[in-house]
Design a protein around this ligand. Structure first.
Ligand SMILES: [Zn+2]
Ligand SMILES: [Zn+2]
Length: 80
């Protein structure tokens, strides 16, 4: 059994990370292990995962861009 840790993100995603290989996996060239994975630790991260943070940042940038173009657009209203 290989040891894993789980990272729980506030967006309800979770990540499994390998903590250490068991003897069997260590001796296997591909580190394959057909035993049950053993979860050693659960880390509550209290923040969204990187993918969701990136998505949030992209959405915020897009919203900001929309807001700015709207602002500029209204300023150009007097243009013939
Ligand atoms: Zn293992
Ligand atoms: Zn996420």
């Amino acid at each position: 059994m290989c040891d894993y840790e789980e990272f729980i993100w506030s967006c309800e995603h979770s990540d499994f990370r390998l903590k250490s290989y068991c003897h069997k996996a260590r001796n296997n060239p591909g580190h394959a292990c057909n035993f049950v994975k053993r979860l050693r630790n659960c880390w509550d991260q209290g923040r969204p995962c990187d993918a969701c943070l990136a998505k949030q940042a992209a959405a915020a940038a897009e919203a900001h861009g929309r807001m700015m173009s709207g602002w500029y657009g209204s300023n150009q209203g007097g243009r013939a």
